[in-house]
Design a protein around this ligand. Structure first.
Ligand code: ADP
Ligand code: MG
Length: 243
């Protein structure tokens, strides 16, 4: 990972990221002005899909996300975090984890860059990663079509591989899993970290995922998810997990 200073803070960027990267690139308005916004995903906040060709060099589609706080604190400061060092910022930590995983061949989006803007004791931050072409998250996918038993099994195996490597995902849910052809990607590693493999946090990750599928099923009763699917996933997971 490389760093460069900007007017208000720093940018951390990866090996193949154009070194001309600047703070503008982390602002949706910059892309809007060039008609380069190709889509968005609206949850509580908006994730932007942008066409990076317009800035030259990168021939790719990127995903742009700003970090927002949740919970009560949100009412006090929507997107400011206490600065305790660049490497500890949400964005640089997520970029570093993604870079580590991507280089080791894990199915995660290619990391591009993180932007940190200081203001006094606080910072605001953004992240750019590559868009996984042709992928959709599992809620989008399962609202249209079912997955086969074999696919559920592979998903379980994929999660086990991350867990064997000690990858703790702070928010493993159905929207943070992408499917592209028969391959699964994990995304959204905010507050994720490498931990000593241990069944406690691993099971907590799995319970959270099951709760998420059930919650989505509650919202959309036609979602293609049932207990049999979970059993397949769990079987694949246990078969791959190092005990
Ligand atoms: N790299 C990516 N490739 C394709 N789609 C993505 C990618 N990253 C995010 N998405 C889509 O955008 C949604 C929101 O992105 P995410 O990073 O999870 O932000 P948040 O959960 O904070 O809204 C995902 O659920 C997924 O549908
Ligand atoms: Mg998410």
């Amino acid at each position: 990972m490389k760093f460069k200073k900007t007017a208000k803070g720093s940018i951390a960027y990866c090996q193949y990221t154009p070194s001309s990267i600047e703070p503008n690139w982390f602002a949706a308005d910059f892309w809007r002005q060039q008609s380069a916004i190709t889509g968005s995903s609206k949850g509580r906040y908006t994730t932007w899909f942008v066409d990076a060709n317009s800035v030259g060099k990168a021939q790719n589609q990127w995903v742009l996300r700003h970090y927002y706080r949740g919970g009560l604190i949100e009412k006090i400061s929507r997107d400011q975090y206490l600065f305790t060092g660049l490497e500890k910022t949400r964005a640089v930590a997520e970029l570093a984890l993604l870079e580590n995983l991507y280089q080791q061949g894990f199915a995660v989006p290619k990391p591009i860059a993180a932007n940190v803007e200081r203001s006094g004791l606080f910072y605001r931050a953004d992240l750019i990663i590559e868009r996984v072409e042709g992928a959709e998250d599992l809620v989008a996918r399962l609202s249209k079509a079912a997955m086969t038993d074999a696919q559920w099994l592979v998903l379980g195996e994929t999660i086990a591989e991350f867990h064997n490597h000690g990858v703790y995902h702070a928010d493993l849910n159905a929207k943070n899993i992408l499917i592209c052809d028969d391959k699964f990607y994990l995304i959204d590693f905010d507050r994720g970290e490498l931990r000593k493999p241990n069944s406690q946090w691993q099971q907590a990750n799995m319970s959270r995922l099951l709760r998420s599928f059930r919650k989505e099923l509650g919202k959309l009763p036609t979602l293609a998810f049932n207990d049999g699917n979970w059993q397949q996933l769990h079987q694949g997971y246990l078969a791959k997990l190092n005990h």
